[in-house]
Design a protein around this ligand. Structure first.
Ligand code: MTE
Length: 281
């Protein structure tokens, strides 16, 4: 009986380093069907655990994320090593349902749990020199076997302009479907930037740095012609090898039209008012 209770309690699953506890439900919702949890946790991109879509669910099973630490550095008043608990706990966890559009032209609708990155950034007090925020994933080939192959330059890195990072939509996510973040989806903490292609939403973050210059980002280093720094969802700018006009929502048979900024233009278009989005892809 006790064993059953433990199994059914989502907060006691192996590797959970943050108890979600109470959270504010339906802070942002969508009038679109959610993707079944089984699909979201079995069809993943997480190259640290293999390049196949089903590799992360299989090979990240025993990834231990207890006592997770995040190093904060660069142009801010509060640098240091933080436990995930210290960083996230001061803020209320919110449930937000967002579209996720992968650059590979598939999409999902996911109920995330997380804290607005804006709140955390404010608490870290960036200085006036901070123009960008740079993020890195854990680099530990013993725990992330995919890092033994040089398919990408490790650790995985991502970056945002400070105004993108503090846009109210940008989420530092610690869970989904009412539970702590599954390992294959980026446990214990990842970004979710719903108007950008999925690869900007970096998983298993261990460092946050406030910097003056545009930081290096993994896919841009790997293939700058195909993956730009901004990577806003844009049906008018094709990937050099395929069209971005349409996408396949996982579970659907027919493709649907891709929306500019993944449907979040009202919230984010102003960030790019003076920019040529073809040149700044
Ligand atoms: N973060 C890291 N560290 N490693 C990765 O391989 N893949 C990215 C992104 N974040 C990736 C990552 C890509 S390409 C996508 S589409 C999303 O994670 C997929 O997130 P999901 O598996 O939770 O759907």
């Amino acid at each position: 009986m006790i064993g059953t209770t433990l199994l059914l309690n989502p907060w006691l699953t192996a590797g959970a380093s943050l108890r979600i506890g109470d959270y504010r439900k339906n802070v942002i919702t969508l009038d679109e069907e959610m993707t079944p949890e089984d699909d979201v946790t079995r069809y993943n991109n997480f190259y640290e655990f293999g390049t196949g879509k089903t590799d992360p669910a299989r090979y990240a099973k025993d990834f231990n994320t207890d006592d997770w630490k995040i190093t904060v550095g660069g142009e801010c008043e509060k640098p240091g090593e933080y436990s995930l608990e210290d960083l996230v706990r001061p803020f209320e966890i919110e449930e937000r349902v967002y579209r996720l559009r992968c650059v590979e032209a598939w999409s999902m609708v996911i109920p995330w749990l997380g804290v607005p990155l804006e709140s955390i950034i404010k608490s870290l007090q960036p200085t006036s020199k901070a123009k960008y925020v740079a993020f890195k994933t854990l680099h530990d080939p013993l725990r992330m076997p995919g890092q033994n192959r040089s398919v990408l330059r490790w650790p995985y890195r991502e970056g945002l302009r400070l105004d993108e990072a503090t846009n109210p939509l940008t989420l530092l996510a610690v869970g989904m479907y009412g539970k702590t973040m599954p390992n294959q989806n980026g446990a214990p903490v990842r970004l979710v930037i719903p108007w950008k292609y999925g690869f900007k939403s970096i998983k298993s973050i261990v460092s946050i740095d406030f910097v003056e210059q545009q930081p290096e980002t993994t896919w841009n280093i790997s293939n700058p012609r195909e993956y730009g720094f901004y990577s806003n969802v844009n049906p008018a700018v094709d990937h050099p090898r395929w069209s971005q006009k349409k996408e396949r929502r996982i579970g659907d048979i027919f493709k649907r039209k891709t929306l500019m900024f993944n449907g979040y233009g009202e919230e984010v278009a102003h960030l790019y008012n003076d920019m040529d989005l073809r040149a700044n892809y």
